[in-house]
Design a protein around this ligand. Structure first.
Ligand code: GTP
Ligand code: MG
Length: 227
């Protein structure tokens, strides 16, 4: 009897998986297969920028970068949250972060250097920016967000071929990145009973880390004065 019940649950789980699978195929449609390649190409371009600067005797612009294609379940959830229809055209034109790149820099100055450099690149066009570095979000989140548009060799949702795709680039320091990862982990994976107190504590940590970033920046400036 016990086995029979487990089998049923398994069958129910299997059916659910099949339904989710069908949804997934619809959200990016035929365009989904291009997204990983476009993400890799953008990361390659940013990597080249770093090497160029390094090669010219400058310091590297960032410590590391990571990229991801938003999983289809998250994209469906975002479209539903924004009241968008669940089609590739609607998803990819309205949610410009299907491709996400995170650039983690050593110092605050490097974020601005890289942002300015990205604005001069012919391979991408900055279409939107949010500076949460100089003005943090009320919860203490700090990061510089760019939405870029890139020309690709692939067809796009507007039937342009070769077409254009969007990507979100988040630039932050190591300290800002640590805070964002921990805050994300705490916020999304647990049922918090005292959100206001936890929010205040997290904000205090964010401000302390921001203060360290400024101190580190000052120390670097002092060291470089003697170079
Ligand atoms: P969505 O893209 O719909 O989420 O809204 P938006 O475009 O107004 O958001 P925004 O550009 O401010 O932030 C987009 C991304 O930044 C999120 O998906 C997160 O990766 C990151 N982010 C923004 N705010 C926070 C925050 O408070 N904490 C953490 N950990 N990450 C954040
Ligand atoms: Mg966004």
């Amino acid at each position: 009897m016990q086995y029979k019940n487990q089998f049923l649950i398994l069958r129910i789980k299997n059916i659910k998986l099949v339904i989710e699978g069908m949804n997934n195929m619809e959200i990016y449609g035929t365009y989904g297969k291009y997204l990983p390649e476009i993400k890799d190409e953008i990361m390659h371009k940013i990597d080249e920028l770093n090497h160029e600067i390094d090669g010219q005797g400058g310091r590297k612009l960032y410590e590391h970068l990571i990229g991801r294609v938003k999983c289809e379940d998250s994209m469906i959830e975002k479209c539903q949250r924004k009241g968008l229809t669940l089609t590739p055209k609607s998803a990819l034109s309205n949610c410009k972060d299907a491709i996400g790149i995170r650039v983690v820099c050593n110092f605050i100055d490097d974020i601005y250097k890289l942002v300015n450099l990205l604005k001069t690149q012919e391979w991408c066009k900055v279409v939107k920016e949010k500076d949460y570095v100089s003005k943090s979000k009320p919860n203490g989140y700090r990061s510089y967000h760019l939405i870029i548009k890139v020309s690709t060799p692939y067809p796009d949702v507007n039937e342009k071929n070769p077409g254009d795709y969007y990507a979100e680039i988040q630039l932050r320091t190591i300290a800002m990145d640590s805070w964002a990862s921990l805050e994300h982990e705490l916020k999304y994976k647990h049922n918090i009973k005292n959100p206001e107190q936890i929010g205040n504590e997290l904000k205090r940590c964010a401000d302390q880390l921001a203060s360290c970033d400024v101190q580190m920046q000052t120390i670097r400036q002092v060291i470089h004065e003697y170079d």
